[in-house]
Design a protein around this ligand. Structure first.
Ligand code: HEM
Length: 328
């Protein structure tokens, strides 16, 4: 059953969004105070772990945010992406460039010392992504907890549920709608690409180098000078592990620069550029590019929806003792 934000307000620099079940009177499965008695310092321990990891390595926030996206879209936000082993989600090629696992493991180890068997890996993934955004300068978002960990993780579930950069707008909309996310959520959550980096292979089909080493644009929606910069960073013989910053201007800052990049035809992936060229999404791109506060408000709402996809609560799933393995 889809869970939707049913009330939203902003006060003292914090976004509050309440979640209720859309078709039932029960609003208490995920709650803001879920660990208040069982593990009062849970959120603080996760935040401190994310903060110290990010201080040492500024690429951590981007990794944690993408990890949440890939967790929630496959089997719901249930930490299925963390399970290790042959044939699990983590082993699928679409997930091999994911990172941030060691940060989740560190937070879990700490929580197991102070509150054994209490805090789910699924909640840690959500809290860590929420904290990553805040640490990178993004909005402070209150999120309800109480998710439980899934026991199923199959590589075969990844491709049908994860968006590829080659997807058309219709394909992206269809997949997002199937997760309870709207067209506006798609535009807003794509704003995650204001931080982090990408491997050359994720966008190198958008241009070519001719025999004289000159740029040949394959995707003409891309700014010529920007494509030239990308070609220099990602030459045809580049090492496959080469990465570029998705938002070259403020790569480690969570702001609305991503949308300004789109307007300047500097969206890195084809799936980014299409948000500007498509009539259904251009207006929202323009408004988010103009106003960071509007972006942050939209982000708070859409993030909550993302973090609530297919959650397991109550008697479902389990609380794993260790995030990479199920208890059984
Ligand atoms: C809408 C369709 C989307 C597509 C096609 C897409 C695709 C990609 C690709 C190909 C990469 C580069 C991976 C690599 O080469 O290492 C990437 C990076 C990233 N994506 Fe997305 N993404 C989408 C939406 C999202 C959403 C909804 C979020 C989170 C809410 C997100 C967060 C990120 C982040 C933070 C990075 C940087 C990761 C890092 O620095 O390691 N993306 N995305």
């Amino acid at each position: 059953m889809e869970k939707r934000p049913t009330a939203f307000f902003y006060t003292h620099g914090v976004f509050f969004v309440w979640l209720c079940l859309a078709a039932s009177a029960s609003c208490d499965e995920l709650t803001l105070s879920f660990y208040s008695a069982s593990c009062p310092s849970a959120e603080l321990m996760v935040k401190n772990t994310v903060r110290s990891a990010s201080d040492m390595d500024p690429t951590i926030p981007g990794k944690l945010l993408r990890l949440l996206f890939h967790d929630c879209f496959v089997e719901g936000c249930d930490a299925s992406v963390l399970l290790q082993g042959t044939g699990t989600e983590r082993s699928d090629p679409a997930n091999t460039s994911l990172g941030g696992f060691s940060v989740i493991d560190s937070a879990k180890r700490l929580l197991e010392i102070f509150c054994p068997g209490t805090v789910s890996c699924a909640d840690i993934v959500v809290l860590a992504a929420r904290d990553a955004v805040e640490i990178a300068g993004g909005p402070v978002v209150q999120i309800p907890t109480g998710r439980r960990d899934g026991k199923v993780s199959a590589a075969s579930n990844v491709r049908p549920n994860i968006v590829d950069t080659s997807f058309t707008m219709d394909e992206m909309i269809k997949l997002f709608l199937s997760k309870g996310l709207s067209l506006d959520d798609l535009v807003t959550l794509s704003g995650a690409h204001t931080i982090g980096s990408a491997h050359c292979g994720a966008f190198s089909d958008r241009f070519q180098q001719d025999s004289k080493g000159k740029l040949k644009l394959i995707d003409t929606s891309l700014d010529n000078a920007y494509a030239g910069e990308l070609m220099r960073q990602c030459p045809a013989d580049a090492n496959p592990s080469t990465t570029v910053k998705i938002d070259p201007n403020t790569s480690f800052v969570f702001d609305n620069q991503y949308y300004q990049n789109l307007i300047a035809h500097r969206g890195l992936f084809q799936s980014d550029s299409v948000l500007l060229t498509d009539d259904r999404t251009r207006k929202l791109v323009e408004s988010l590019a103009q106003d960071k506060v509007i972006f942050f408000e939209s982000w708070a709402q859409s993030f909550l929806k993302l973090a609530s996809i297919g959650v397991k609560t109550g008697e479902e799933g389990e609380i794993r003792a260790s995030c990479p393995t199920t208890n059984a």
